[in-house]
Write a protein that binds this ligand. Structure first.
Ligand SMILES: Cc1cc2nc3c(=O)[nH]c(=O)nc-3n(C[C@H](O)[C@H](O)[C@H](O)COP(=O)(O)O)c2cc1C
Length: 204
């Protein structure tokens, strides 16, 4: 079984975390470096990650997440934050490719022009993309955590306004998902049932 298949088949959501486990800042950076490889539309990279590690901040975040214990019991709860206006940030993000000669000016201008054509002035689509990019990043983070021998628990059970306030998000930022990450304690659920593949796929 390849590493990626092992991660896909081995990852489950954890509820119970070893409360004595501490993630080092180096481990947090290693995990986010892997998450950072997530693909995004036009390479807008329109998300960021806040690693909530301190007991005080985790307690405040837990209160904003309907008191779900894993928010504070896990070593770190990662907040995946989606960003609106990803198209406006794109030129600075891909300019290094222009400077390095990996893109010529026409390709650079075309890339930005197409991106603006799709997203500029379309708030609903920008929001869709912020959630889409954040969700893809969340999945990468969960598989990367599995690969590092850690477990994870994704959460959408939170008050978005309270999370935004607690994490000092800007008006253009959206809390997409919280992900508790750490070492498993006893009592987590075994793998859950999935639909039959035939009920999921249509080959046309
Ligand atoms: C977007 C998303 C939001 C979720 N929100 C919560 C949550 O707020 N609290 C919780 O206990 N589990 C939450 N879960 C966990 C799901 O219940 C779990 O992924 C699902 O039952 C499948 O189980 P598995 O992850 O072990 O395969 C969430 C999962 C996802 C993907």
């Amino acid at each position: 079984m390849s590493g990626i298949t092992d991660a896909i088949k081995g990852r489950t959501s954890a509820n119970n975390f070893d409360t004595t486990h501490v993630m080092s800042d180096a481990e947090i950076h290693e995990l986010v470096a892997l998450t950072n490889e997530t693909p995004t539309s036009f390479n807008m990279q329109n998300y960021r990650v806040i690693a909530v590690k301190s007991p005080e901040k985790k307690a405040a975040l837990k209160a904003a997440a309907y008191n779900q214990p894993k928010v504070s019991e896990a070593a770190v709860t990662f907040a995946i934050i989606g960003k609106m206006k990803g198209n406006e940030a794109l030129p600075a993000l891909i300019k290094p490719m222009l400077d390095a000669g990996a893109l010529d000016q026409a390709a650079f201008d075309g890339w930005i022009g197409m991106c603006n054509g799709m997203y500029a002035g379309n708030q609903a689509f920008q929001r869709d993309e912020a959630i889409r990019s954040g969700s893809l990043a969340a999945m990468t983070l969960m598989y990367a955590a599995h690969d590092m021998g850690l477990v994870s628990g994704a959460m959408i059970g939170f008050d978005p306004a309270a999370v935004a306030k607690e994490l000092h998000l800007s008006e253009d930022e959206i809390p997409v998902m919280l992900i508790a990450v750490g070492k498993a304690a006893e009592g987590n659920w075994p793998r859950k049932v999935r639909r039959a593949v035939a009920d999921v796929v249509s080959v046309i």
